[in-house]
Design a binder for this molecule. Structure first.
Ligand SMILES: Cc1ncc(COP(=O)(O)O)c(C=O)c1O
Length: 302
């Protein structure tokens, strides 16, 4: 499906089918890779990236947390994204940056080599379904979120995603769209690739940082909501509070605000509820360039 696309690897453009590593590469066989993803939008004056500065900060923070030395700078990555958006003729789409060790390593640790860097710019497809915010059903996953003392959960390490894959699989097998994992001490954490918000008595609440990814969408919603009069709170949330919420939505960079219509066997009344609808409209207006207050959330890609 993507054979026609170019990929940027360590400073060079290569065709999609040449973007490969050996099965024995350290990152494939030992899961020592990490990544970041952000949105590309057709701006009024050309393509732009949604909060690329924050995503690149998180990419390099992930590298620091994982002790990975990067061979490229943030500026190299930003330039690579711009070059790929042009080469691949992307309107709406996603940029994915992958840092990994391509060395073949049967048993050894790769300690002293610099991480390889691959940059992808991928156009919107039906399967990606960017901006398709159909209401979803969620359950509480039987899998707990990785404990921050076992791996840095703040890092977008590929290995951390086994946790999310299992929670998603468990949810789908139980007839739900996705599962929300609890922390090992029983508080609400997040989904496989999404943060979770709930509304109670008009207040928009989300789990505090510490056990969840520092989602850029989560951060953006927390910054923007008070500007339209929505009170927010980052706090420890008990599963019973989520189960009894007035409104729930999940969010991530691909689809932004996704309303929840059912949690376990409870069907929510009005979907999207009034606060969710207000937040979804605000974010949609921002991403469609109708709200000048947030212009600096987009970086030009030409
Ligand atoms: C575990 C997890 N939580 C939350 C998110 C949402 O983060 P963002 O808003 O930066 O896409 C993601 C997305 O990558 C994720 O993988």
């Amino acid at each position: 499906m993507f054979e026609h696309l170019q990929v940027w690897i360590n400073g060079k453009m290569v065709p999609w089918n040449k973007a490969t590593v050996h099965l024995m590469s350290h990152s494939f066989s030992r899961a020592s890779a990490m990544f970041d993803v952000f949105g590309i939008h057709p701006g009024p004056n050309g393509p732009v990236a949604f909060r690329m500065d924050k995503h690149l900060d998180r990419l390099f923070r992930s590298a620091e947390l994982l002790g990975m030395e990067m061979a490229s700078t943030k500026d190299d990555v930003a330039k690579a994204v711009a070059a790929l958006v042009k080469a691949n003729n992307i309107g709406r789409g996603l940029a994915k940056i992958l840092a990994y060790y391509s060395e073949e390593a049967v048993i050894s640790l790769v300690m002293d080599s610099k991480a390889d860097l691959a940059v992808f710019a991928i156009p919107e497809t039906d399967e990606l379904g960017l901006d398709k915010a159909d209401p979803i059903s969620i359950c509480l996953s039987k899998w707990r979120k990785l404990h921050p003392a076992t791996v840095p959960v703040e890092a977008k390490a590929c290995a951390n995603y086994l946790n999310g894959v299992l929670s998603r699989k468990d949810a789908v097998e139980r007839g739900f769209d996705l599962g929300i994992m609890l922390t090992t001490d029983g508080y609400v954490a997040e989904g496989a690739i999404e943060s979770v918000f709930m509304v109670k008595d008009g207040v928009l609440k989300t789990p505090s940082l510490g056990n969840v990814l520092q989602s850029v969408t989560r951060m953006s919603i927390l910054e923007a909501a008070p500007m339209i009069g929505v009170e927010t709170s980052e706090e420890k949330i008990m599963p019973e509070d989520l189960l009894a919420a007035d409104e729930i939505f999940t969010c991530h960079t691909g689809i932004k605000v996704i309303p929840v219509k059912r949690i376990e066997d409870r069907v929510l009344n009005e979907v999207p509820g009034p606060v969710t609808a207000k937040i979804a409209k605000l974010i949609k207006d921002i991403c469609e360039f109708r709200d000048d207050r947030f212009k600096d959330w987009f970086q030009p890609l030409d």
